[in-house]
Design a protein around this ligand. Structure first.
Ligand code: GRF
Length: 206
């Protein structure tokens, strides 16, 4: 049922952010539908979670094909499913311009640091090693750089003296599950405009 609120999800692993989005929809906090879930890993628990929740799911093998061809296939599946907004939920692959240009400013990612600090892999470990007192998570629009697109929402958590990568990751993950559905709602409602790298929210002070 096309209504401008159809989500396409890309994931590679556990899928806890996928589940948070699913639950927010079921509980009525997020006015959206999940139209299509794609994983590049056949055994990803997130893919199984999506299957059991009854969503349209696809395993797309990235091995042996060019990144552009993988992305073109994802675009095709998302278009067929009527996807309006793509959400990366632990998708462990860089996107090519093929996918990014097919959904300009319509792809969101969640990253476990306060960007622009600690982009790329092992963001929580990077934060610990840098000795920062606060870290957190960021939902941003995806552009052609690495974790560099306009920032929509962030949440801050303290870094404690006895933190390990696991304890810090767990503290951040709680916040991820709160801000991702909220950011998706904002992106779907269109209550913002993008000015350079800034996302200016309309109707709020932030
Ligand atoms: C999360 O920490 C997210 O910020 C990062 O990858 C992880 C995915 O976790 N991009 P999950 O698969 O959603 O549980």
């Amino acid at each position: 049922m096309p209504n401008g609120r159809q989500l396409g999800i890309l994931l590679s692993g556990r899928g806890s952010n996928f589940s948070a989005i699913h639950e927010a929809i079921v509980e009525g906090h997020l006015k959206a539908q999940i139209a299509c879930v794609i994983s590049n890993i056949a055994s990803a628990p997130g893919l199984e979670r999506a299957r059991s929740a009854g969503y349209q799911t696809h395993f797309l093998d990235h091995r042996g094909i060019k990144r552009e061809d993988f992305d073109a296939r994802a675009v095709e599946l998302f278009r067929k499913a009527g996807v309006d907004l793509v959400c990366l939920a632990g998708f462990m692959r860089l996107l090519s311009p093929t996918l990014i240009r097919a959904f300009p400013n319509r792809i969101l990612n969640i990253h476990p640091s306060l960007l622009p600090a600690f982009p790329g892999l092992h963001a929580q470990r990077q934060a610990l090693e840098a000795g920062v007192r606060f870290s957190g998570c960021t939902v941003h629009f995806v552009d052609e750089g690495l974790d560099s697109g306009p920032i929509l929402l962030q949440a801050v958590v303290p870094v404690l003296g006895d933190d390990t990568e696991e304890t810090l990751s767990a503290r951040i993950l709680i916040q991820e599950h709160l801000i991702y559905p909220e950011a998706i709602q904002i992106a779907l409602d269109g209550s913002y405009h993008i000015l350079g790298r800034r996302v200016i929210r309309t109707g709020t002070a932030s």
